[in-house]
Design a protein around this ligand. Structure first.
Ligand code: FES
Length: 518
């Protein structure tokens, strides 16, 4: 496995992604902020935050980016880094919910996101291993063939170049396949560092390890508080996936985790393409040279955060890879989080019910690189008072089409189940003594539920399992060593510190005797 030394660019889980290896730090400190009021405060330094911040700063605005951790700590540091002209929400699905014009516009937004990455990489001369690759999607069963045909028809209808092919560079037997030319892949953190450098050069400010917890608005100025002070700005952008605290998006987006492994093959023959199957949940493979070493990157097995066992997902993924490829070693394994919007399209723009000038971008599904980039363009246009043709389509205030209602009910029924069932004893009772080193579990001790983790030295870290966002009960993620909330995706480390919003407060510690074997 990869080196265990603490990477310069940490991320929101214990497993290191290959993108973290070998990067040097970018110095962000050194500017005096004082009492000044910025034109824009961007919360979150992933691809959305950096793209938005850079475009605004280049347009002459005074921008500050504050991240609760470090740039790329969230999903940008754990993405599988595909750049596609097709999306997880298929064009037929987009058409059924938003009509032909909506599907067409969605396709153009995805294409614009791809183009923006290409343009930024070229104009800023970012060495981010951006490479054009063919993309294949294949079907193994009859029902998948039907779905594939629908995807083909939907893509042709909106003008995406796609064709049927007989050959796919995969050892998996298939019945039918599609080819998209000119897809791409890149190194997401090298790209992000390129944006950071350009942003800083243009005069922008980046603050690391600043968790903004609340925003108050007076006389059109927003004041965001954090542990050691506050930041003032005329506009605020939450580029954090889910905006913090309780808001409408808690009920419109469902958190999912996705799993990835990078392995070395005995054969030395790596597919030079992006390849996807049509299973549910699906698998994909591609290859990437990392630190001079060619690796097969395979992923999928997505499931809702806090549901199912991450260990099982990795075990199944590895079994799948070994069934088709002769693996000599597993170099990396990691997981990351994304949000599925209930009606299929992202929410980008002014936050409903918030003060004017407070924006967000969330619900990217599995297409965060393209949608995060185009979100940067949309948000910067809105702040610059320029027209943007995607504003209405992605408006967070849009009225959801009736078709999406059943999906809305399904996602929220699940949240309600966890709120009630996890609280009233669906978890089995257990005692601390059976908790093995390096593992965690929600236990009942003396009538009290606790989220207990026993570290490798035997010390118990005991926390309240009640999520500080909206009081669901967290579950243990044994792979990333985190407490994950099944309701809206908040995640906490073993000491309760917030890794992923929408929670902004840590899990409460519960005092009990450490190093207990009883
Ligand atoms: Fe909403 Fe935990 S993330 S209750």
């Amino acid at each position: 496995m990869a080196t265990k030394t603490e990477p310069i660019n940490p991320r929101d889980g214990k497993h290191e992604s290959p993108w973290q290896a070998g990067l040097t730090d970018i110095k962000t400190a050194g500017k005096t902020i004082g009492e000044q009021t910025f034109d824009a405060l961007i919360v979150g330094a992933g691809i959305t935050g950096l793209t938005t911040g850079l475009l605004l700063q280049q347009a002459g605005k005074k921008v500050i980016i504050a991240d609760a951790h470090t740039p790329g700590f969230g999903t940008t540091g754990g993405t599988s880094a595909h750049i596609n002209t097709f999306a997880d929400t298929t064009y037929p699905e987009a058409e059924s919910a938003f009509g032909e014009d909506g599907a067409q516009l969605f396709k153009e937004a995805i294409a614009e996101g791809c183009q923006l990455i290409n343009d930024q990489a070229a104009s800023l001369q970012i060495g981010c291993e951006l490479e054009s690759k063919p993309g294949y999607l294949y079907a193994e069963k009859d029902d998948e063939v039907k779905q594939l045909d629908e995807i083909y028809e939907g893509a042709v209808k909106v003008g995406v170049a796609v064709s049927y092919v007989d050959e796919v560079p995969t050892p998996v037997p298939f019945k039918k396949a599609l080819l998209w030319e000119k897809q791409a892949q890149f190194h997401p953190l090298k790209y992000l560092q390129g944006l950071q450098k350009a942003f800083l050069t243009a005069g922008g400010v980046i603050l690391k390890n600043i968790l903004t917890t609340a925003v108050a608005t007076k006389d059109d100025i927003h004041t965001a508080s954090h542990a050691t002070g506050s930041l003032k700005a005329k506009t605020v952008v939450y580029a954090t996936h889910m905006p913090p605290n309780i808001n409408v998006f808690n009920f419109e987006c469902a958190p999912y985790r996705s799993y990835v492994m990078a392995v070395k093959l005995k054969s030395g023959k790596y597919p030079d393409a992006l390849i996807y199957d049509s299973q549910e949940p699906y698998h994909y493979v591609r290859s990437h040279t990392i630190d001079g070493e060619r690796l097969l990157i395979a992923g999928g097995l997505d499931h809702k955060t806090g549901h199912e066992h991450p260990e099982k997902a990795f075990a199944e993924l590895e079994k799948y890879i070994r069934r088709y490829y002769n693996v000599s070693s597993v170099k990396y394994r990691w997981s990351s989080q994304y949000y599925v919007p209930v009606d299929g399209l992202p929410y980008i723009g002014q936050i409903p019910l918030a003060a004017d000038g407070i924006y967000c971008a969330t619900g990217y599904n599995g297409n965060g690189m393209m949608l995060g980039s185009v979100a940067g363009k949309i948000l910067s246009d809105l702040i610059l008072k320029k027209e943007n043709r995607y504003e209405k389509l992605f408006s967070p205030a849009r009225v959801k089409p009736v078709d999406s209602f059943s999906e809305f009910v399904k996602e929220n029924a699940d949240v309600a189940y966890h709120f009630v069932a996890d609280r009233f004893g669906i978890h089995e009772s257990d005692s601390l003594k059976r908790l093995q080193p390096g593992t965690g579990k929600v236990l009942e001790v003396a009538g009290q539920k606790i989220a207990a983790y026993r570290d490798e030295q035997g010390t118990i870290h005991a926390l309240s399992p009640v999520c500080t966002h909206m009081a669901c009960i967290v579950n243990w993620n044994g792979e990333e060593k985190s407490w994950d909330c099944p309701c809206h995706g908040a995640r906490f480390d073993v000491d309760g510190k917030v890794l992923t919003g929408p929670a902004t407060r840590p899990l409460a510690p519960i005092s009990q005797e450490g190093k207990s074997n009883s």
